[in-house]
Write a protein that binds this ligand. Sequence first.
Ligand SMILES: *Cc1c(COP(=O)(O)O)cnc(C)c1O
Length: 431
Amino acid sequence: MTVSLRDTRSAELYARALTYLPGGVNSPVRAMRSIGRDPIFVDRAAGAELIDVDHNTYVDWVCSWGPLIHGHAHPAIVAAVVAAAGRGTTFGAPTAAEVDLAEEVSRRMPGVEMLRMTSSGTEASMSAIRLARAATGREGLLKFSGAYHGHVDGLLAEAGSGLATQGIPASPGVPAAATAGTVIVPWNDADAVIEATATHDLAAILAEPYPANMGLVAPAEGFLELLRDRATSTGALLIFDEVITGLRVARGGAQELTGVIPDLTVMGKVIGGGLPAAAYGGPRELMERIAPAGDVYQAGTLSGNPLAVAAGLASLQLLDGESPYLQLAATTEALAAALAQAARSAGFQALRIATAPGLLTVFFSDRPVTDYAGAQACDLGAYAAWCRGLLARGIYAPPSQFEAWFPSLAHTPEHIARTAEAAAAAFGELG
Ligand SMILES: *Cc1c(COP(=O)(O)O)cnc(C)c1O
């Protein structure tokens, strides 16, 4: 039996939204086009549950794509934001809380001695690249196919065909000159990394240490160490984009989890506690190249915004000690086990579930996914149908197989049980 969603109000809002917003949304994935349905308009949320404008309740496994490690509207975070707002929402002058947040992050992330805050992850990666180019006097960049570092011109690049190693624009409007210096290599391809680092003068190797924007695809054994070695031996900087993994997969992010320390780290999402904040950081001698300490220009009217900083700080205070991270990892593994069991119970076999603490992807594939080509080869149509089946049963899973699920500290065994039951029914419909 096919169940469907009550969505009259969402449909009305979407029709209006299409008049004033391109595609009806302010960021593409929200439109749910890749699962072949219209967007769901949210009314409110608390903990791990989301309520839409038609009064449907969902278990939310997207959690705003990563910032909400404590779930929605955590009372301590809301109180911190309200208190900060009462003192003034922005000053364009420094505040004590910014120093506190920078100190908290620097205590946690092994590679971050100093940081500069920005308002989005996109800005932070753009700025980290500028710093890497200034520090090395080189312009080339190496990035991985299927990785996302924000919509920076030079990073909206895809591999050229055949033997071409120059990146080509991945979107109209991106100048060819902006991507010409970007080399794209398949994730987990050691030979390609060795070749590309030997033949190009690179300012930086840029990587999500646990890529989560092609779905979650863990690094192969030794791969991050190889990136570290190749960067050091060729004079490039290693930049880890920990916008998703930072402060999530472990207290100190993927760099703590793997012991591979980058030269520069890009952060976002969790650092802002659900408000717009991001940062880039590294050792003092590199970071002091940034203006006004140094000559590399970068600025922002709302950078280090008091509300975002208050939310970030409150969020980090709730992450003190090891137990939140143990809980997050346990929740992730319990979810993975429940989804695998749901698939088995429905006789559905072509599934690979990838996890890292606080991150999960369900690949509709009968072989392990180790790179972007593998993610693209999955049965995306089956994922879309399954995801629509989940939504219809009150489970809000990422409406694209190329995105991760974001378990939070607000998800309970009951949420997992509800998810497993819906998942089994939705698998059963796939036939
Ligand atoms: C979300 C994301 C970004 C971009 O951050 P925005 O705040 O959306 O600009 C960069 N890198 C990674 C790995 C991300 O997941």
